[in-house]
Each structure stands twice: as structure tokens, then as C-alpha cells.
Ligand binder design. Structure first.
Ligand SMILES: Nc1ncnc2c1ncn2[C@@H]1O[C@H](COP(=O)(O)OP(=O)(O)O)[C@@H](O)[C@H]1O
Ligand SMILES: O=C(O)[C@@H](O)C(=O)COP(=O)(O)O
Length: 419
């Protein structure tokens, strides 16, 4: 293993694994930290998917360090901590505490932080994160159910999460090329900076930063920053898989727990296309009036050729109302538990192709389906591939979509790629 990566959620891990595969690295994605002695099958890169984005910071740190130790035991030469391209976190963490713990454990002085992912509209300029044409704080991310992002200044956001000094390597340096960026790393280190946020507004910048990062032991960021990494290890980009995907045979379902604007648009397009839909009421689930058995039965009752869509996704005002009643965390957990249990029931009743929207939701579904690892298949939209489970008696196919990713017709596209 050359590169060992730890992602703070499952869709983020898949996004990164896709990027590394396209860069030519044989990439394996595990769900959770692999046990001692795990056979990485000769993979060049391993991405460990955690569910640590919104758990308590000390738990996120412990889980990450355990994953880092497993990757190092597997031979990883460089470690990558992957978080969201919209820097999803709370004032308490977990990005700052996790980077801090990794720096201390690896005993290295410096790491970079770069969430930029231009292919999906995230760019970083003067330390400010943009989503499309809007500042992060003015994008729909300000209404995220678990990690509302209300400050676009990533230096400031990260500095609130750590006592280590956070600095900025600006675009004026990045545009001068990899040597200038490396000199920037050295200069920042001399100034006592332990974590440097690095500007990147396009793929050329990401490749420059990737090259400059070849001798760093720890890299942190979104999947965009991984664009330039495979080349550092001598890999050449691979052409994307063409044609339709021979997924394990069985029925297809869409399960959406993401409340992002993108997911809500994708549901609207699926509705217009005539897909059968079931909207879940959070309070009914909390009161035990709606459970996984009922939801799974509804899906099974749909036409066998249909792709039923089950969703809890709601407008920000409705999410707030449910949270006022139940609390932010409890509302999220109830929805995740019911959706995960629904997936598990459906799998025993002939469904083997799962299109899931939302990072936390995907983590909960994959845990319920007891999937130890996945292999990466064809890309559906930037950052979202079809995947196939590994290490499970009855394999399943999974399209794990970050809430914010995907074109408006994503669910239809994902379905139509299946053979
Ligand atoms: N209607 C709702 N009200 C409150 N919380 C919800 C609702 N629907 C989903 N959630 C929760 O919101 C969170 C969405 O996070 P996630 O699945 O990671 O989506 P995204 O990828 O958009 O961030 C999950 O914890 C989910 O259970
Ligand atoms: O970097 C990204 O935007 C994604 O890879 C990601 O982390 C997905 O997180 P969710 O939006 O919570 O699915």
C-alpha cells in the first residue's frame, strides 16, 4: 500500500476512492477500520470509511487514530484525512481535533488543509470557500441538518477547532507552481503554522498542490486534492469505465436521508419521471407510528420493474420543526435508524441495488447491510460511482451519493446505468 486514507463519512470515502482509481491506483475501500491481519489484496491505495463527522470529537479522534494505525501497519507511505468539500463540521470539530491528533501521533510538524473540489463547484480563494458562485455561508449548506456552515472563512473555521496555529497559502503562491508551494510550506512551518489552508480554484491548482505535497506525510482535504497524488507514485490516469454496470441481479431502490437542495431537486425530477415515492414523516417515526417493516412492505408492493424512492428529505423549515420537537441529533438518528432497517429488510426481500443519498444515511445503510468493503465501479456523476460490496455472501450494488452531489436526474441516471 502506498497511500492510506481515512474519510470521515462513507460518501466522502467513495468520492475519494473514485478519484484515486481514476488516477490509476488500484483502490480498495473498507467500511470501518479493517481488523489486524486484513488482506488489502495488493491495493495501491486504501480508503477507510468512518462515520466520524458528527460524533463527539474524542470518539472521532480515537476512530481515526485506529484507522491510521491499521493503514500504517498495511505499509501506507502517506496518509490522507478526507473530509467534506464543504468542510462540514461543528465549532467543536471534528476536523481540527482529528488533524491535531494525526500530527501528534505521526510526529510531523505540518499538514495542509484543502477542501476545494472545482469539478463539483467548490473552490477556495483567500481562504474563503465558495459553492458555485456563492460563499459557503450563503449556500444551502447554511441549513444543513447536522453541520450548518455559517462562516466561509476556512482559516477562521479551522482555527476555532484547534489550538495549533492555522495559516493560509494563497492563490498568488499556488499560481506560481509546485516549487513555490513547497517553499510556502517551508515558510509557513518557520512561522509556526502547523496546518495551512491552501487556495485552489481549478484542477490546475489541485495538481500543483498535489505535486508539492509529495513529501508530506499527512495531507488533509476533499477528494479534489487527491487529483494530483497518484502521479507522485508514478501512476497514470485510467480511462473511466464505459458502458452499463453488471450489478448483482435483483430489484433497485432509492433511499434518501439527505435534505440538501441537490437531493430535493433530484427527488422532484424522479417524481416527474413517474417513479413511485414514499415520503417519511419524522415525527411519525419517532412516535413508532411508521416503521421499517411498513416502509419495506410499501416498496415490495410496487411494480417489480419500478425503482421505488423512499425519502425523509425535507425543506429547511420542516427539518427545523422536527428538530425543535426531537432535538437535532435525535431527529437525525431516528431517521438514519429507520432508513437503515428498511434497507436491511429490503435486502432480505430481493433488493440488491441500493441508491442512497446522504453521507450519514449511507453510513447507516452500509452498517445495517454489514458491508466490510466495496470495489469502485463506473462513475455516475462527479464524485459518485456505482460500487459493489466485497466480503458479503450475497453481493449488493451501492450508489452512495453525497447529499450535495449529482445532476438533477441523478437517480434516473444511476438506475439506467444498471444492466
Ligand atoms: N426530515 C428530517 N428532519 C430532520 N433530520 C433529518 C430529516 N431527514 C433526514 N434527516 C437527517 O439529516 C441528516 C442528513 O445527513 P446526511 O445523510 O449526511 O446527508 P448529506 O449528505 O446531505 O449531508 C441525517 O442524519 C438524517 O437522518
Ligand atoms: O467532499 C464531498 O463533498 C463529499 O465527498 C462528502 O464528503 C460527502 O458528504 P455528504 O454531503 O455528507 O454526503
Amino acid at each position: 500500500m502506498l497511500l492510506g486514507a481515512i474519510a470521515d463519512d462513507l460518501t466522502g470515502a467513495t468520492d475519494l476512492a473514485l478519484m484515486l482509481s481514476r488516477g490509476g491506483m488500484r483502490t480498495l475501500q473498507t467500511i470501518g477500520t479493517p481488523p489486524p491481519g486484513f488482506n488489502f489484496g495488493g491495493a495501491d491505495a486504501v480508503v477507510v470509511a468512518l462515520k466520524s463527522r458528527t460524533v463527539a470529537a474524542d470518539l472521532a479522534v480515537a476512530d481515526t487514530l485506529k484507522a491510521a494505525a491499521a493503514l500504517q501497519a498495511g505499509g501506507a507511505k502517506q496518509l490522507f484525512f478526507k473530509y467534506c468539500s464543504t468542510f462540514d463540521s461543528t465549532p467543536a470539530g471534528n476536523i481540527g481535533p482529528v488533524i491535531e491528533a494525526l500530527l501528534n501521533t505521526l510526529d510531523v510538524p505540518f499538514a495542509i488543509a484543502c477542501p476545494s473540489f472545482p469539478a463539483n463547484g467548490r473552490s477556495l480563494y483567500k481562504g474563503h470557500l465558495f459553492v458555485g458562485d456563492s460563499l459557503l455561508s450563503e449556500s444551502p449548506m447554511r441549513d444543513h441538518p447536522l453541520t450548518p456552515m455559517t462562516d466561509a472563512n476556512i482559516v477562521r473555521v479551522l482555527q476555532r477547532q484547534t489550538d495549533l496555529k492555522v495559516g493560509l497559502i494563497g492563490h498568488e503562491t499556488v499560481s506560481r507552481g509546485a516549487s513555490a508551494v513547497e517553499a510556502g510550506f517551508a515558510g509557513a512551518t518557520r512561522d509556526g503554522v502547523r496546518i495551512a489552508v491552501v487556495d485552489a480554484i481549478d484542477d490546475t491548482d489541485l495538481r500543483t498542490i498535489g505535486r508539492a505535497a509529495r513529501s508530506l506525510q499527512l495531507i488533509t482535504g476533499g477528494s479534489g486534492i487527491a487529483l494530483g497524488l497518484p502521479e507522485n507514485f508514478g501512476f497514470q490516469p485510467k480511462s473511466p469505465m464505459q458502458g452499463r454496470y453488471a450489478a448483482p441481479h435483483g430489484r433497485t431502490v432509492v433511499i434518501a436521508g439527505s435534505c440538501s437542495a441537490a437531493t430535493r431537486r433530484q427527488i422532484a425530477v424522479a417524481r416527474e419521471a413517474g417513479i413511485p415515492l414514499k415520503k417519511l414523516d419524522v415525527l411519525a417515526m419517532a412516535q413508532g407510528k411508521l416503521d421499517a417493516n411498513q416502509i419495506a412492505s410499501w416498496a415490495c408492493d410496487q411494480h417489480p420493474d419500478a425503482t421505488p424512492l423512499i425519502y425523509s428529505s425535507a425543506e429547511p423549515a420542516d427539518v427545523r420543526a422536527a428538530q425543535d420537537e426531537l432535538g437535532r441529533e435525535r431527529a437525525g438518528t431516528i431517521v438514519e435508524e429507520v432508513l437503515a432497517a428498511t434497507a436491511s429488510r429490503l435486502e432480505t426481500r430481493g433488493f440488491s441495488r441500493f441508491i442512497v443519498a446522504g453521507g450519514e444515511t449511507s453510513g447507516a445503510v452500509a452498517a445495517a447491510l454489514q458491508i466490510p468493503a466495496v470495489e469502485i465501479g463506473p462513475e455516475i456523476d462527479p464524485g459518485v460511482p456505482w460500487t459493489r460490496s466485497l466480503g458479503r455472501d450475497r453481493p449488493v450494488a451501492l450508489a452512495l451519493k453525497s447529499g450535495n452531489f449529482g445532476a438533477d436526474d441523478f437517480f434516473l441516471k444511476a438506475r439506467d446505468l444498471l444492466l
